[in-house]
Design a protein around this ligand. Structure first.
Ligand code: BGC
Ligand code: BGC
Length: 843
């Protein structure tokens, strides 16, 4: 309790400042009201609203709605009011929960689909939407019955739904430099969302990424605040309609949410959910800039960021949420928090955080914690720790938005305009917009003359990403990470290979797909597709701007084809600029395709000329951010933002770029053990209670007085795994990072420890552990692994260690597996991730 009250006290300091400077005659706030240069960088995370711009909120007050809101507030119980402030995830919230707790909203997170099925067909989404709507409006047991809003991450099209049009991720749209196109994308996305019954998208992301090691950099349009600002208004209009639009549902529109407020793209080293250690001036001018056009175009909601500013979590920052956003900038919608982000506010837990409401959050995204958050808010308000006026203000903001959306007068979701119009999902005119966006997003970095392809060409298409629609779509595609999908899950979509093949045939040529580049008939030219694999959020964080070492294999294919005298066009799929000098040097042409989405033909449109060999479409895309010269952007820029060649300006001469030593490749901090060895700087030890620990650096080896043998065995590559054979007794195997690591973020995000293991012996009973600063912390998690003739990727949720008492902030042994008695197993890989073959139960 005292911790919580501390938080509230802290708030009152911020609130005094925020409210004071906003009130007339309050300028005597004095020194504290003006940020001094000295306080800027390491300030206290308190903003000065009076130095921020004011904006015009365009939504015209609706007297009839205001009267109804007033009436509703007078009739709602505290439980009903608090219900409006809480949003549960559909994986953890039944329609009956919505009815009982009067929840104002539900969301479907990246991995949540209707009835527990992330791959559910479109009609199931609409069916469930009706169920939540009916439950929320049911007044049979009392209550005023306010329709619930359903929010979803339609971040590059209605991207959770099978069959929807998938537009290029935002970084590709940034390369296109075309605000009018963005508005059309917004409108098409809104229409597709309306088909399946949701009313609200958590988009657009208006981050202005400053460090592309950040795993969410691709969700931002550009590192340039001016370009992001030029897009925001267009996207909001596309989704919601004109700035003052009312009755969104009747107009085939949805509610938008600009996110993540504020400075999600400014965190130190690009760490997801990290801290932006920047001045208030940079906060305002770089990261705050896009919120101006968002507000002036009437964006209905803003999502607060997981991240911090000057060491303080945004979700608890009254000076920014209330002082700047609502009071100074005039934002008239409501603020929703991010996925259990309230739990990271000082003094809070996932279960309870009244501080967030007090600071200015209006709706809690409490996916699996909605019930305890609800109970806590009721209790705290009743106890007088939260002002009733704040509760009423938050409810009124939410109801105002619901009136504007037209939710009160709309029938059940399936009876609304566009609902159930399945042909609109992936409709030809939407796909045409996406294809145009792909064309415009391509950035040409090299062309010594092989492009455009000429009539009659015999084309070879290689690279493991050439015929993989999930790979070209990136994260936030059907599943959260965009992993575990096959082309069959993208009906109506076109892979890059399919697009190239069609185009080759159209101009009287042929095309052959060969992932490893082997061919029977000698081609005239080859396209080799390579690049990143899908990721979302912190899973995409990297230590450097290098392509993961295991993704560079297609470069060897390019080298082989070149050695055979075949001209090669390298096509890179990526969520960010990366150091790829070896590929730039090798290929005859180099195209950055970003994450183009479902319409792969857009690539072929630009690579192929017409029947007379002239370009049909030019290259018009330019870099939305600087391209690195080496593995760190601080080491220099190879191509500046705004760079991009055209057919007219192709660089027929190529001066070879310096290449880094191959050993420096890779920067994937999620991989702890692979290829039989621990990650750089990590160590592998074996031990047992009372025994000396033995560090294993070479194999074969014996340890534990001869009780354990360690040998190399094959997995993926020769000697890619280690086999541990124990004859008797307790045997522990431990993997230590160079220094304590913080896994709190990954834990909060439902990541797993993945161990790729093959058990040669009988069913293995083992214990998994983590250790904090050298000591056992928490209790071991018992697991059982069956015998198997192949490797299985087992996953244990990190959350399981947390519930077993491990402090996830300072892990000194990231992985420990212990056995008692004879055991015989091999480990191929140990890492953090989400795609387990088998998720182990957490007892
Ligand atoms: C992300 C948000 C997203 C939300 C719901 C969070 O983890 O940060 O961008 O809207 O989840 O899926
Ligand atoms: C959800 C995402 C969410 C993430 C939190 C996942 O389990 O599916 O929507 O953004 O957790 O980091």
């Amino acid at each position: 309790m005292s911790r919580r009250l501390d938080g509230i006290f802290l708030y009152s300091v911020w609130a005094t400042l925020a409210f004071c400077v906003a009130a007339p005659g309050c300028a005597q706030a004095g020194d504290a009201a003006t940020p001094s240069a000295a306080s800027a960088q390491r300030g206290a995370g308190i903003a000065h609203p009076q130095i921020w711009p004011k904006y015009h909120w365009p939504v015209v007050p609706d007297d009839r709605a205001e009267a109804r809101i007033k009436d509703l507030l007078s009739r709602m119980t505290l439980e009903e009011k608090v219900g409006q402030l809480v949003q549960g995830d559909i994986a953890f919230t039944t329609p009956d929960d919505v009815r009982k707790y009067h929840l104002g909203s539900v969301l479907s997170g990246g991995s949540s689909g209707p009835y527990g099925n992330d791959l559910a067909p479109a009609p199931q989404w609409l069916k469930l939407a009706d169920e939540y709507w009916s439950a929320s409006t049911d007044t049979a047991h009392g209550g005023v019955g306010i329709p619930a809003l359903w929010g979803i991450d339609a971040v590059h099209g209605h991207s959770n739904i099978i069959g929807a049009t998938l537009f290029p991720h935002n970084i590709g749209l940034g390369a296109a430099h075309d605000p009018a196109l963005i508005e059309r994308i917004g409108a098409a996305t809104a229409a597709e969302i309306r088909v399946t019954g949701q009313e609200w998208t958590f988009a657009p992301t208006v981050a202005v990424p400053q460090d592309y090691r950040w795993g969410r950099a691709y969700e931002g349009y550009s590192s340039d605040p001016a370009l992001v600002s030029a897009y925001v208004g267009a996207m909001v209009r596309g989704l919601q309609g004109p700035p003052a639009q009312t009755d969104l549902l009747a107009h085939g529109k949805v509610l938008a949410s600009t996110k993540h407020f504020l400075a999600d793209g400014a965190t130190t080293n690009g760490v997801d959910q990290g801290d932006a250690a920047i001045s208030e001036i940079d906060l305002r001018d770089i990261h705050g800039a896009p919120y101006g056009p968002a507000i002036e175009n009437g964006v209905g909601t803003v999502m607060a960021s997981f991240s911090s500013w000057q060491g303080h979590k945004m979700t608890g920052n009254a000076s920014l949420l209330t002082g700047v956003l609502k009071q100074r900038m005039g934002f008239g919608g409501f603020v929703v928090s991010d996925w259990n982000a309230h739990g990271q506010v000082e003094g809070c837990t996932n279960a309870a955080c009244p501080q967030a409401l007090v600071a200015g959050i209006d709706m809690y995204m409490a996916p699996d914690t909605w019930k305890s958050v609800w109970e806590n808010l009721v209790t705290e308000t009743r106890a007088g720790h939260i002002a009733m006026a704040r509760v009423d203000d938050a409810v009124a903001r939410i109801l105002r938005v619901k009136f504007r959306v037209g939710l009160f007068d709309a029938p059940r979701p399936s009876a609304r305009p566009l609902s159930g119009d399945w042909a609109l999902l992936g409709a030809p005119d939407h796909r045409a917009i996406a294809r145009e966006a792909v064309r415009k997003s391509l950035v040409l970095l090299k062309n010594t003359g092989v492009l455009p392809f000429r009539p009659g060409i015999r084309l070879l298409v290689a690279g493991d990403a050439a015929n993989d629609i999930a790979r070209q779509s990136g994260g936030w595609t059907i599943s959260w990470q965009g992993t575990g999908l096959t082309n069959a899950q993208f009906p109506g979509a076109t892979s890059l290979w399919q697009g190239l093949a069609q185009a080759a045939h159209t101009i009287g040529g042929t095309a052959e797909l060969s992932p490893d580049g082997q061919f029977t008939t000698r081609p005239d030219a080859a396209v080799v597709v390579f690049g990143e694999k899908p990721y979302a959020e912190f899973q995409g964080d990297r230590a450097s701007l290098q392509l993961d070492a295991d993704l560079t294999a297609p470069w060897a294919t390019i080298r082989r084809l070149k050695a055979a005298g075949i001209p090669v066009v390298a096509v890179m799929l990526t969520g960010r600029p990366l150091y790829v000098n070896p590929a730039l040097n090798l290929a005859d042409a180099f195209v950055v395709a970003w994450l183009p989405g479902s319409e792969g033909e857009g690539l072929a449109d630009v690579l192929f000329g017409d029947s007379r060999g002239r370009p049909r479409f030019g290259f018009s895309g330019t870099l939305p951010a600087n391209w690195p010269l080496k593995a760190q952007i601080a080491d220099g820029v190879l191509y500046p933002r705004g760079y991009g060649l055209t057919y007219a300006s192709s660089n027929r001469q190529w001066a070879p770029l310096a290449e880094l030593a191959a050993t420096a490749a890779g920067g994937d901090s999620r991989v702890w053990f692979a290829n039989g060895v621990p990650a750089a700087g990590w160590s592998l030890r074996v031990g047992s209670p009372g025994d000396d620990q033995t560090r294993i650096s070479a194999v074969p080896a014996k340890a534990l007085d001869g009780r354990m043998t360690i040998a190399a065995t094959d997995f993926k590559v020769q000697e890619g795994a280690r086999r541990f054979t124990v004859t008797a007794g307790i045997a522990n195997l431990l993997l230590d990072p160079p220094g304590p690591i913080d896994l709190a973020r990954e834990t909060n995000g439902d990541a797993l420890v993945l161990m790729t293991l093959r058990n040669f012996g009988p069913a293995l009973a083992a214990r998994l552990e983590m250790r904090c600063t050298g000591k056992v912390c928490g209790t071991a998690v018992p697991i059982t692994v069956p015998t198997s003739d192949h490797y299985v990727r087992y996953g244990l949720p990190l959350r399981c260690f947390a519930t077993h008492g491990v402090d996830m902030h300072a892990i000194s042994t990231a992985f420990a597996i212990g056995t008692s008695g004879p055991a015989d197993y091999a480990l191929g890989e140990i890492r953090i991730g989400t795609d387990a073959d088998t998720v182990l139960p957490c007892p």
